[in-house]
Design a protein around this ligand. Structure first.
Ligand SMILES: *Cc1c(COP(=O)(O)O)cnc(C)c1O
Length: 377
C-alpha cells in the first residue's frame, strides 16, 4: 500500500524554500546526462538566465556548476580572480561576506576586507576611497542581499564607483537574483553568482555564474581545483554541450520548469511584487505583535527579515521553533554575533494569505509560551 504523502510544511527559509507542485513534478522524469534533449535543456536554461540580466550583445556567458551556491562562489573566485598580480577588496557585513573572505584566504590570494559588522551596509563612498587609496586592488566582491541579516546592500551605487575606478565587480546575488533586477546595462559587473534554490524557486543542487565572455576567456589554467574550474566547465559546454561531470539531472529539469513559472509570473518584476507584498505584510504584522526588526526600513529586503527575540524570560527560540513547526511553518534561527534574533524569509511559494496564517501561528505560539506583550530586545 502506498503511504500517504507527508504534509509539506511552509519553509520560511531563504533556500531551500517551498516549491510549487509543477516544480516537484518535473523531477519525476529520469534524464540521461548525455542525451541531446537534456543538453538542450541546459542550453535553454543558460539562455533564459542571460536574458534576465538583459545581455543583448552576447557579452556574457552562463556557466552552471554542480553543488550548493557556495560551490559556485568558490568556483567563480578561484577561476576568475587574477591568479597573480591582483588584489581583491571584499565588502562584508555578515556571514556571506565573511565566507567570501574565507574562500579567498583558502585560495591564498591577496585581499583587503572592509568589515561593517552585522547591520551596517558598505557605502559607495567608502568603496571609492579604498579603491583610490590602493592601486593594487583589481577586483571588488559585494553581497547583494546579505541573507544573514536580510540587509539589501546599495549595489547600484557601489557598482558605479567600481566602474568609475576601472576595477572589476563580482556580485554574490545568491538570494536576490530573479526577484531584484540586475540589469547589466544599468549595473556594470564582471561576474554575478546565484543558485537554483533561491528566487527562481528551484530545488537545491547547482549554482550558476554569469560572467563577461572577455574575462572568462582570459582565465585558462587559473583555477585552484579541477572540479571547480569554471573555465574548463565553460569549455565543456562550448565544445560538447555537456556538463563535465555528473549533472544533477532532476534538479536541472525542476529548474527549467521553475524558470517557465517565473516567466509566467511576469519575470523579476512579477516575482518582486509578490515578495514585496509578503514582506510588507510580514513586517507590519510582526510589529503589531510588538516585534522589532534588526534593520531600519531603508535597509530591509523583500527576501528575508531579522527580528529581535523578545526580552521576556518565557521566550525560548527552541520552543518557538517547535511550536511554529507544529503549525506547519519552518522558521530560521538568527545568524548574528551580538543579539538574540530569528529570521523569517518570504521567498518561495508563499503568498500574503500564507503570511496571514503565519502571523496567526506566531500569535498562538506566543500565547502558549505565556508571552502577552512582546517587548523586543
Ligand atoms: C544562500 C546563499 C549563499 C550560498 O549558500 P549555500 O548554502 O552554499 O547554498 C551564498 N551567499 C548568499 C548571500 C546566500 O544567501
Amino acid at each position: 500500500m502506498k503511504a500517504p504523502p507527508p504534509s509539506t510544511p511552509y519553509l520560511l527559509t531563504p533556500g531551500p524554500l517551498s516549491t510549487s507542485a509543477l516544480t516537484k513534478e518535473a523531477m519525476l522524469v529520469d534524464w540521461g546526462s548525455w542525451d541531446p534533449d537534456f543538453n538542450q535543456m541546459t542550453k535553454a536554461i543558460c539562455a533564459d538566465l542571460l536574458a534576465l540580466i538583459n545581455d543583448r550583445d552576447d557579452s556574457y556567458v552562463c556557466v552552471p556548476m554542480q553543488g550548493s551556491g557556495t560551490f559556485a562562489v568558490e568556483a567563480a573566485l578561484g577561476s576568475l580572480l587574477p591568479g597573480s598580480g591582483g588584489k581583491t577588496l571584499v565588502l562584508a557585513n555578515g556571514a556571506y561576506g565573511q565566507r567570501i573572505a574565507k574562500i579567498i584566504s583558502y585560495l591564498g590570494r591577496p585581499f583587503t576586507l572592509l568589515d561593517k559588522g552585522d547591520f551596517l551596509p558598505p557605502l559607495p563612498e567608502e568603496v571609492a576611497l579604498l579603491l583610490q587609496g590602493d592601486p593594487s586592488l583589481s577586483d571588488v566582491v559585494v553581497v547583494h542581499c546579505e541573507t544573514s541579516s536580510g540587509m539589501l546592500n546599495p549595489l547600484a551605487d557601489i557598482a558605479r564607483e567600481v566602474q568609475k575606478a576601472g576595477r572589476r565587480l563580482f556580485i554574490d546575488a545568491m538570494s536576490s537574483f530573479g526577484a531584484l533586477p540586475i540589469n547589466a546595462e544599468e549595473i556594470p559587473f564582471a561576474v554575478c553568482i546565484s543558485s537554483a534554490n533561491k528566487c527562481i524557486e528551484g530545488v537545491p543542487g547547482f549554482g550558476f555564474v554569469l560572467v563577461q565572455r572577455a574575462l572568462i576567456s582570459q582565465r585558462k589554467g587559473v583555477a585552484h581545483s579541477l572540479s571547480l574550474d569554471l573555465y574548463d566547465q565553460w569549455q565543456g559546454f562550448e565544445h560538447s554541450g555537456k556538463w563535465r561531470f555528473t549533472p544533477p539531472t532532476h534538479v536541472v529539469a525542476a529548474f527549467a520548469s521553475a524558470l517557465a513559472q517565473h516567466r509566467a509570473e511576469g519575470g523579476c518584476s512579477g516575482r518582486l511584487e509578490r515578495y514585496l507584498a509578503n514582506q510588507r505584510k510580514l513586517v507590519s504584522g510582526m510589529r503589531a505583535l510588538g516585534f522589532k526588526t534588526l534593520l531600519p526600513d531603508q535597509w530591509l529586503s523583500p527576501i528575508i527579515t531579522t527580528f529581535l527575540s523578545p526580552l521576556d524570560p518565557c521566550f525560548s527560540f527552541a520552543q518557538f521553533y517547535e511550536l511554529m513547526k507544529e503549525r506547519n511553518f519552518i522558521i530560521y534561527p538568527g545568524k548574528l554575533t551580538e543579539v538574540e534574533s530569528f529570521r523569517l524569509g518570504n521567498i518561495g511559494q508563499i503568498t500574503p494569505a500564507i503570511i496571514d496564517e503565519l502571523l496567526a501561528a506566531v500569535r498562538s505560539s506566543l500565547d502558549i509560551m505565556t508571552i502577552t506583550g512582546v517587548v523586543a530586545n
